[in-house]
Ligand binder design. Structure first.
Ligand SMILES: Cc1cc2nc3c(=O)[nH]c(=O)nc-3n(C[C@H](O)[C@H](O)[C@H](O)COP(=O)(O)O)c2cc1C
Length: 375
């Protein structure tokens, strides 16, 4: 049990350290991972959304990344219950969410989202809009009825991201996260599996990154220089967990360097298990490699606090590699700067308070039923 006490106090001490993300100081190292909820009828986040995020901020989450929220483009999404980041009523709702999170002592960024070729049947208000993407190809390689984006489409989407980012700053958010992960629109450009373009937006990794980099530059242009711009990306895609953008650090650098040059302040490297090495010959995970290659702060994510083993390590019944000490060691080595927590924070809104307060014995084992309530 001495292991427990020392792990608990070490976790409290290390995770409580503030961190600067461009002009924003986040009070500790715990971030809430973006998680779609579909609790915003008409795309308007209301009291339910406010209290959902404010509860986690009050319990110590340092940085909240909201669920993905659609930018103002007719093909951006497909559900009328996913919040939108455009429109008067929708933005008024979001302003109150930011205010509630700040009142609870937290910081918050919206995750700006365009789903691209993942779009199937759409709800109002844009039920008839086509699915759009780099080449009109779905993640499974089928062509279906998707549309390859024209230069006009690209310009419209770039403008929609920039407008949403400007709105985020205007209504009181602390930064923005651009959703470039998991096989959605930006990732469809980054990934050769969905990007077969023969113009300047397709071909080698640098060309495939051009669209995302133009979005970053357009966002950077309309927000203050110290307003943090976070870029989330992943190797894996929904429907294709084994897909990879980059097989080597050199290929990864070809993608990340133009994004950093365009103005990304922070990378959020999405993995499903944070402890897995990304490339042979090094223990670094994807966030670790991202920091090494770009010099930018990074956020790691993936099964933190979920695993039964992780909890057993907390309470001193053994110390498997994915226990808290592994995470703390990596943080201490500056491999990454923040730790995003997804499902464990759905399960237990008090998760951060328990970890930061050294009350590890109060953590509840994860139960997938938490996904059904999302309260
Ligand atoms: C219900 C649910 C919804 C999610 N929605 C999003 C999303 O909108 N945007 C995103 O980038 N990732 C999304 N994710 C992925 C999470 O942000 C996170 O990367 C993943 O759950 C792994 O973290 P965890 O193991 O701590 O849960 C979602 C995950 C879950 C479980």
């Amino acid at each position: 049990m001495t292991v427990t006490a020392s792990s608990a106090s070490r976790a409290a001490e290390i995770l409580s350290r503030p961190v600067a993300l461009n002009g924003l100081t986040v009070p500790n190292r715990i971030a809430m991972a973006p998680m779609t909820r579909m609790f915003s009828p008409g795309g308007v986040p209301d009291e339910d959304v406010r209290s959902y995020y404010a509860r986690r901020a009050a319990a110590g989450v340092g940085l909240i990344v909201t669920e993905g929220t659609y930018v103002g483009h007719e093909s951006a999404g497909q559900s009328n219950r996913v919040p939108r980041f455009h429109g008067e009523e929708q933005l008024a709702g979001w302003a109150k969410v930011a205010e509630a999170v700040h009142a609870a002592g937290g910081t918050i960024v919206p995750q700006l989202w365009h789903i691209g070729m993942v779009r199937k049947q759409g709800d109002p208000p844009y039920a008839e809009a086509p699915a759009v993407g780099p080449s009109g190809i779905r993640l499974d390689g089928t062509e279906s009825s998707g549309k390859a984006m024209t230069q006009g489409d690209l310009d419209d989407v770039i403008g929609a991201f920039a407008e949403a980012a400007a709105a985020a700053e205007r209504i009181g958010f602390d930064g923005v996260e651009l959703h470039g992960a998991h096989g959605y629109l930006l990732d469809q450009f980054l990934w050769a599996g969905t990007n077969r373009r023969t113009d300047a937006y397709g071909g080698d990794p640098v060309a495939r990154t051009k669209f995302a980099a133009e979005i970053v530059a357009a966002v950077r242009e309309v927000v203050s220089p110290d307003f943090p711009v976070i870029f989330r990306y992943s190797q894996w895609k929904q429907e294709a967990y084994d897909a990879r953008l980059a097989e080597t650090p050199e290929e990864l650098e070809a993608i990340l360097a133009p994004l950093a040059a365009a103005g990304v302040d922070v990378f959020h490297a999405s993995t499903r298990r944070y402890w897995l090495p990304e490339f042979e010959g090094s223990d670094l995970n994807l966030a670790g490699w991202t920091k090494k290659l770009t010099g930018r702060p990074t956020i790691t994510v993936g099964s933190v606090g979920l695993d039964g083993d992780f909890i057993r390590a907390f309470v001193g019944e053994g110390a498997p590699v994915q226990g808290i000490d592994e995470l703390l060691d990596r943080l201490e080595r500056d491999e990454f700067d923040l730790v995003a927590v997804g499902r464990a924070l759905l399960q237990d809104p008090e998760w951060a308070a328990k970890v930061l307060g050294g009350r590890l014995e109060e953590l509840k084992p994860y139960d997938a039923a938490a996904l059904k309530t999302l309260s």
